[in-house]
Design a protein around this ligand. Structure first.
Ligand code: M6R
Length: 357
């Protein structure tokens, strides 16, 4: 039930702080320590390479999941769009582990890959919101998202839940491998939940950004570097899916290799600047497009902000910043769609789960 909310999407955006807290609880043992089923940890440790397979928003979560698993647990990871992987498999290593990320657990493109890799005798783990879903039943192991039912076609809370679960999987695997990740993930996810809360409580600001940058535009670009690039991809998917504004996400440095030709007077470019190591680089990229007339909106993080930024997010652990920086992406898209009288919860041509290949 959406209760007093005008749309499921808005309700689901608002649920995100609670979802992150619930996930932490669900994965804590009686001593408040994060744990994962031993069979899953064994599968992670036995893997010489991990392949993350997913579609749409879940694929975007996978791109961040790769960062978590590689940076925290030190296992090499590849991320693939499921509709491509099954028909163009890369050379596989001796002991690959396949991680399927799927909110619904019913995505046919992903299932097709699961069927193939099972035939090949490879191990599989599904990260899903739906216990008993097809992908969960048919893979060796399952990790649940505990996000509660997601009704709106545009995925929001499932994405943050996927990131939270992937961070826990990576951190617990690191511990099992004797690696000290150098921070307390439970504490950091608590800080993240508060930062998400601050964003969902700033709806007026988000609506203003949507009004200022997106009310009349026909297109929009999202740029970012490192993890901000992946969040920009998700921002552009969200925006086009529900508002029908043509949107594209780019690595900040890539725009000048062609796409900058599309920048005209007033073209909105939304830039994320939450990653310290590339802060100057992304700001340089913003200047490049601004010099060509782009209407630039910078979303930065405390400690990295500069005067003129449109929004400054509270400081969180840098690896976890996508859980926070995606919230303005969701809310700005929501208001852009609302202002255009779009059917926010049921965008045209789309179904909640895509059960055909
Ligand atoms: O249920 P899944 O996570 O497997 O679904 C994958 C995509 O179809 C899904 O994320 C889609 O891209 C969303 N509508 C995005 O908001």
């Amino acid at each position: 039930e959406k209760g007093t909310y005008p749309h499921y999407m808005l309700k689901e955006i608002d649920e995100q702080p609670a979802v992150v807290r619930k996930i932490v609880q669900a994965y804590q043992n009686e001593h408040d320590k994060l744990t994962i089923q031993p069979e899953i940890l064994e599968a992670m440790q036995a893997a010489d390479r991990i392949h993350i397979i997913a579609a749409g928003t879940s694929y975007h979560a996978g791109l961040i999941g790769k960062e978590y698993i590689e940076k925290l647990a030190g296992i090499p990871v590849e991320v693939h769009v499921s509709s491509e992987f099954g028909y163009n498999m890369p050379l596989l290593s001796e002991k690959p582990l396949f991680i399927f990320i799927s909110q619904s657990g019913e995505t046919a493109d992903s299932r097709q890959v699961l069927v193939k890799i099972k035939e090949m005798g490879h191990a599989s783990l599904t990260i899903t919101n739906v216990a008993g879903s097809t992908l969960s039943r048919e893979s060796d192991h399952t990790l649940l998202l505990f996000a509660g039912p997601e009704i709106a076609v545009a995925s929001t809370k499932a994405y943050t839940a996927q990131l939270a679960v992937l961070s826990i999987l990576a951190a617990v695997t690191a511990e099992a491998r004797g690696i000290d990740i150098g921070f307390d993930l439970v504490q950091e996810l608590g800080i993240v939940a508060n930062a998400i809360q601050a964003q969902v409580d700033s709806k007026e600001e988000m609506e203003q950004i949507a009004t200022e940058f997106l009310s009349t535009t026909r297109n929009c670009f999202f740029i970012g570097r490192v993890m901000d690039y992946f969040v920009g991809l998700e921002g552009s998917l969200k925006l086009k899916e529900i508002s029908y504004i043509q949107a594209e996400g780019f690595a900040g440095g890539e725009l000048k290799h062609g796409t900058i030709a599309l920048i005209e007077e007033g073209t909105p470019v939304i830039a994320l600047a939450t990653q310290e190591a590339v802060n100057l680089n992304i700001r340089g990229n913003v200047k490049e497009v601004a010099a060509r007339g782009a209407h630039t909106c910078i979303i930065s993080m405390e400690g990295l902000q500069e005067e003129g930024d449109s929004l400054v997010l509270p400081k969180v652990n840098e690896l976890l910043s996508p859980l926070v920086s995606v919230i303005p992406m969701q809310l700005i898209s929501y208001y852009a769609a609302l202002h255009r009288d779009c059917d926010v919860d049921k965008p045209r041509n789309l179904a909640k789960s895509v059960t055909v290949e």
